[in-house]
Design a protein around this ligand. Sequence first.
Ligand SMILES: [Zn+2]
Length: 258
Amino acid sequence: MGQGEKLFSRDDGAGVLRGLLRAVADFVYPPSCVGCGCKTQNGGALCVQCWAGVQFIERPFCEVLGIPFAHDHGPGILSAEAIAEPPPFERLRAATVHDGPARKLVHQLKYLDRTDLARLMASWMLRASDGTVAACDCIIPVPLHRRRFLARRFNQSAELARHLAVLSAKPFLASTLVRIKPTSRQVGLSARARKQNVRGAFAIAPGREADILGKRVILVDDVYTTGATVAAAARRLKKAGAADVTVLTFAMAISGPI
Ligand SMILES: [Zn+2]
């Protein structure tokens, strides 16, 4: 950025305008790494070191819950979790482990309004989708309740879903699934309390039933933690007649070593 610094010197007469233009350019092409804050060479979201630190989720993993396995147990093997408590969706896929630079990407998108990161994150999700996005009928984000949406101004899951739809040329249905119950935040709640919290939280918007009936749906969220929220949303989609539901998230929280 040596030359860029000179071009955007604030000492000349048009410094204010140039400063503004630079702020816009910096927003669109962030010059520093989201992972560590260092200046990136190419203006990308992550530097080479942080990029190498992203734990992409690859096979072998549980075919239902997408949880990575330390050892390859052969094709079609399920995790103990998927057998003990089969989820209300067909499968879950996540692009990365929710840790390190990937966790920082989620944080910046969600709490610092870095919606410019959503396209990159969606491209990783498309790769992790295992062909399910290519085969789907529509892409639906986990909705926020209207009150939360107004407070935060955007829904990070919808940003990811929107970019995923653009990348895959699939329909993005932002208002088919709605949140009718203002649930409290899931962070800090026990697994049981989380389930209770989101029970009856979702509904299909009036007149939108045909969007779901008999359709293969991709349900998008930013992070998979206990899965209580996406399970409640998937259950509602299934009740409305969805033929197949894939939950696709950017990151998956994994406890303990993989
Ligand atoms: Zn970095």
